[in-house]
Design a protein around this ligand. Structure first.
Ligand SMILES: Nc1ncnc2c1ncn2[C@@H]1O[C@H](COP(=O)(O)OP(=O)(O)OP(=O)(O)O)[C@@H](O)[C@H]1O
Length: 255
């Protein structure tokens, strides 16, 4: 299967988005378009507002100013019920999207299904859980407890739990944080596989340039509250801007 990015279909479209917390102006006029089937990587130093951005996209925080359209809907204008419906189409893989330690892998995956999808038979639930686990290559862990799994496996189960609701959009917040290079590589491959297999549109927030390079169809760099640079990995980093260069140097020095 090949990925297919549809540049005629905007899934996320943001114009002049502003967000401050008291005197702290975090987002100062963000513009961003993400197309159907695309993996967009957001890079930026700590505290530049990357997490705030995805919280606004998913309606967990409200914008002060600007337009944020997701799947054609202006997020800030949705009723609580419409927002809940939209959120079901968005899968979150957060830094600490912990599994429930007291539940088996199977129970962890059943949880979002039973909570959000009505009228599923036992056979439907079993099938969905098995398929989601197969997608992430961990069918054999179905009866294990999270504590018996490696960090990378837990991360993949977390992604499977998100995929089980068949989201149109995936938001990954630092998917490879804390993982060794080989496990990070597996997660990068999984992100690419999800894109191809489910035709999802994804935003991937990361500090990991290997992750950015291997998953991003496009990179957007958040600097001083705006996306100063957008393009392919090479286009973004082929820059004389000292702030871009220092980000790159910092990453490589740090490993
Ligand atoms: N609910 C909030 N109330 C007040 N300040 C907040 C809130 N959420 C975020 N901030 C502030 O906004 C700034 C941006 O935070 P954010 O978490 O988006 O950074 P980030 O770019 O994701 O950083 P990191 O890479 O470290 O995760 C920070 O200074 C943070 O303290």
């Amino acid at each position: 299967m090949k990925k297919s990015i549809n540049h005629d279909k905007l899934i996320i479209s943001i114009r002049n988005l502003k967000k401050a917390f008291g005197d702290l102006e975090v987002l100062r006029g963000v513009d961003l378009d993400v197309y159907q089937g695309e993996n967009l990587v957001v890079l930026g130093r700590s505290g530049t507002g990357k997490s705030v951005l995805i919280k606004i996209i998913s309606g967990l925080l409200t914008a002060d100013e600007g337009s944020v359209k997701v799947l054609g809907q202006e997020v800030g204008e949705l009723s609580p019920r419409e927002l809940a419906e939209l959120r079901l189409k968005i899968g979150f893989s957060f830094q600490n999207s912990a599994l429930y330690d007291s539940m088996t892998v199977r129970e962890n995956l059943e949880f979002p299904l039973v909570r959000n999808v009505r009228n599923l038979s036992r056979a439907d639930i079993n099938r969905e859980v098995e398929e989601a686990l197969e997608d992430v290559g961990l069918a054999h862990t179905i009866n294990q407890m999270p504590s018996e799994l490696s960090g990378g496996q837990r991360k993949r189960i977390g992604i499977a739990r998100t995929l089980i609701l068949k989201p149109e959009i995936m938001l990954y917040d630092e998917p490879t944080a804390g993982l060794d290079p080989i496990t990070s590589g597996e997660i990068n491959n999984l992100i690419n596989q999800v894109q191809v297999q489910h035709n999802t549109t994804s935003i991937i927030i990361t500090h990991d340039l290997t992750c950015a390079k291997s998953t991003g169809d496009r990179i957007a760099m958040l600097l001083d509250g705006q996306f100063q640079r957008q393009g392919s990995f090479a286009e973004v980093f082929d820059s004389q801007d000292e702030r871009v260069k220092s980000f790159y140097d910092y990453n490589f020095i740090d490993g």
